[in-house]
Design a protein around this ligand. Structure first.
Ligand SMILES: Nc1ncnc2c1ncn2[C@@H]1O[C@H](COP(=O)(O)OP(=O)(O)OP(=O)(O)O)[C@@H](O)[C@H]1O
Ligand SMILES: [Mg+2]
Length: 441
């Protein structure tokens, strides 16, 4: 027996597609292009499931959810949105949406979601009164970022261990913080420990603490990060750099749910949510015998893969605006980037990802006097950016070494037309200074 599904979306094409797909499954579909009609149907007790868009001409679909939930707590709501930010995903989930689906979506995905929504047993969702801050920690509305927001929104109600992977500078730490800040343990501490930054012989005592006299130099009892993070989140950064003995110890702690301080006896219960991150290829480290496979499976419960910036270059203008206004808030002059310059930024491959972009924007704000940054300046800046020390990880699949070198050289000379290779940098600096002086005059 089919269900009655209420669909609200101001895009007629989407309504038609949904109608076809859902009617084929034997459901009765009712469609509207505005929120008011949807609300009337819900208030009249109609429908077994709601599928709604966010931005509609009369009202925001997200604002409707709390009202729907209040009136009919058992009625499930699926939210679809094209223009979504992390906040859309988080709000939808917090307000009690059953699922949040970024557009464009795969119809098969929607269909299986609808089936799940109609068959899953209902349990009253916990209402969440406090709204997240309007200040977004993560910028970008590309499909790749929306997948990340969706993952964060899904994980925020859980204590699952998360493994964040991605190249250097892609925002792994930022995502770890967002998971904490929007998660169940947000009132507890967020404690980060970087495995690559601690001498290997100190890692265990850093993680689990030590008793006085546990080893030479341990003059007082010290609290480990597990204890500091009690009730909150422990972020194990650069987990791929963890030495073998520490891996073994960590695995045992995760298996047993308790630990003892170095030199201590009394077992202490683990009360942290673990988020791990690495820019390394863990499966490869496992094959090389450098990372424990069993630890990997313990940590990789909910994997989140952050895309390199070149895979979501559509977000570059928004990121640039975000970083210029951050720089301005810190007292640097506010800059705008003209269209040609922005296009160049979008086409660049950003081996250092968002961090490299952020640093460049700061540099532009600090070093150039002109208010509007043009292509000439960007060309100079990009030409001076050091080539990546390690070849991009995709070298095997994507661009080969020769092509990468050739592209770099071409970009370099394109930026310094009329200058010989040996004087190019000075020459380009001169022309940039000249531009800045001339436009400041
Ligand atoms: N989507 C984003 N929106 C806004 N800022 C971002 C975004 N992604 C990254 N950043 C910023 O870029 C910088 C690098 O991010 P972060 O330190 O989280 O990267 P990471 O993946 O942990 O890098 P690494 O592997 O080098 O430790 C930070 O200043 C962060 O705030
Ligand atoms: Mg990091």
């Amino acid at each position: 027996m089919g269900a009655t599904i209420l669909v609200a979306d101001d895009d007629r094409a989407i309504r038609m597609v949904l109608n076809q797909a859902l009617a084929r499954l034997g459901h009765d579909v009712r469609m509207t292009g505005n929120a008011a009609t949807l609300w009337r149907w819900v208030a009249d007790g109609e429908g077994d499931l709601v599928i709604t868009d966010v931005i509609m001409p009369d009202e925001n679909g997200l604002d409707l959810i709390p009202r729907i939930k209040k009136l009919r707590p058992e009625l499930r709501v699926i939210v679809m949105s094209a223009q979504s930010t992390l906040l859309t995903a988080v709000k939808a989930t917090e307000r009690g949406a059953f699922e949040y689906l970024p557009k464009p979506f795969d119809l098969r995905e929607l269909v299986s979601l609808v089936e799940r929504a109609l068959s899953a047993p209902t349990s009253a969702p916990a209402p969440n009164p406090d709204e997240p801050d309007e200040q977004l920690p993560l910028i970008g509305r590309s499909p790749a970022m929306q997948e990340i927001y969706r993952a964060i929104a899904r994980l925020m109600g859980t204590d699952l261990t998360v493994m964040i992977t991605g190249e250097s500078g892609t925002g792994k730490e930022l995502v770890a913080r967002a998971l904490h800040d929007f998660g169940k343990r947000r009132s507890g501490p967020f404690v980060a420990i970087n495995m690559a930054a601690i001498p290997r012989e100190l890692i265990e005592s850093e993680l689990f603490g030590h008793e006085r006299g546990a080893f030479t130099g341990a003059t007082a009892r010290s609290m480990g990060r597990f204890e500091q993070a009690k009730g909150g989140t422990l972020f194990l950064d650069e987990i791929g750099d963890m030495p073998a003995e520490a891996q073994t110890r960590l695995l045992r702690v995760l298996q047993e749910g308790e630990y003892t301080a170095v030199g201590g006896r009394a077992p202490i219960r683990v009360d942290v949510r673990i988020i791990a991150a690495t820019h390394r290829d863990l499966p490869q480290l496992i094959r090389q015998g450098l990372f424990r496979e069993d630890l990997f499976y313990r940590l990789n419960v909910a994997p989140v893969r952050l895309p390199p910036l070149r895979e979501h270059s559509a977000d570059i203008p928004a990121l640039v605006r975000h970083f210029t206004s951050l720089a301005a808030r810190e007292g640097l002059p506010l800059k705008t980037i003209d269209e040609a310059a922005m296009e160049r930024l979008r086409r660049y491959r950003w081996p250092g990802n968002v961090r490299e972009l952020e640093n460049m924007v700061r540099r532009l704000a600090a070093l150039y006097s002109q208010e509007v940054i043009g292509l000439d300046v960007i060309d100079v800046e990009l030409a001076e950016a050091p080539p990546p020390a390690v070849l991009p990880a995709e070298a095997a699949g994507g661009e080969g070494l020769a092509a990468a070198v050739e592209r770099h050289i071409t970009d370099y000379f394109a930026a310094h037309r009329g200058c010989s290779a040996s004087t190019a940098i000075r020459c380009a600096r001169r022309s940039a200074n000249w531009t800045s002086r001339s436009s400041a005059a």
